[in-house]
Design a protein around this ligand. Sequence first.
Ligand code: DGY
Length: 328
Amino acid sequence: MKILVTRKIPSTAVEQLAQEGREIVVSPFDRPLTPEEIIQMGAGSEAVLSLLTDKIDGEMMDAIGPQLKIVSNYAVGFDNINIPSASERGILVANTPCDEVNESVAEHTWALMLALGRRVVEADEATKRGAYKGWEPGIFLGSLLRGKTLGIVGMGRIGEMVARRAKGFDMKVLYTKRNPDPKAEAELGVVFSSLDDLLANSDFVSLHVPLTDQTRHMINKDSFSKIKRGSFLINTARGPVVDEYDLVEALRSGVVSGAGLDVFDAEPNVNPELVGMENVILTPHIASATHESREAMGQLAVSAINKVLSSQKPENLVNPEIWDNRRK
Ligand code: DGY
């Protein structure tokens, strides 16, 4: 029985894959594998532990072979895997939703929000370059968060954790979700809103939707024509949720005061216009990058593989509906 791990991951869990009669192939490269390498190293595998940088489509699943039973993605997002193709073939797909990831992303969202509001990165850069010549009343004036409105687009688990933290900053929270969420409203005091109203009324807009055909470029020129002037946009979800060219235009024209972006439209490429903007904070897709989260993600990804290979149903399947028709 062969298992491919497409890249070394910072988690002790991988050791738990090693069991009698198993061949564990861990990529020796500290970079994403090419599709050809995945096929070459993965051929004959019953399980693949993949990363969000691996594009796994039906053709690749077929090339790995008819024995492939599970692709366990070391990420909450799974837009890198063609789920209908996996389901058609009876291949299970798992992801790694857990509190550690959700909290890490929520904390990073707040880090970006605070840094944007208080111009932390600009001020740090100026201080290090020696520009600080003594206290001045007018330098680096920022925006107070207290009393402002935070708009959370996508009130899933991460959105909720972002909202929970807003209480401590005395912010009002608007949210979008397919349907109103009375439990979240009662617990967190958040207010259901249409996307248009949320954009029109929020001082900070934070995105927490998965990338799907419906959410691709959902924040675009039209959204920026409705957004509150002077607001800030934070994206820790997936880059293509925002049309980056339209965002650049909105930043350039001052419609949006600043942006905190952890994800990009064509990762790892970053739009050079964004790089040149002082009111934009860029981080390299690290919102979930805490020791705690990476370890927990590894545990979930590995346990899904171990369970499927011993015919137990993991909780973290993305396509649990195919369980009865899965490849055996
Ligand atoms: C996720 O889990 O989807 C993050 O984007 C990467 O850890």
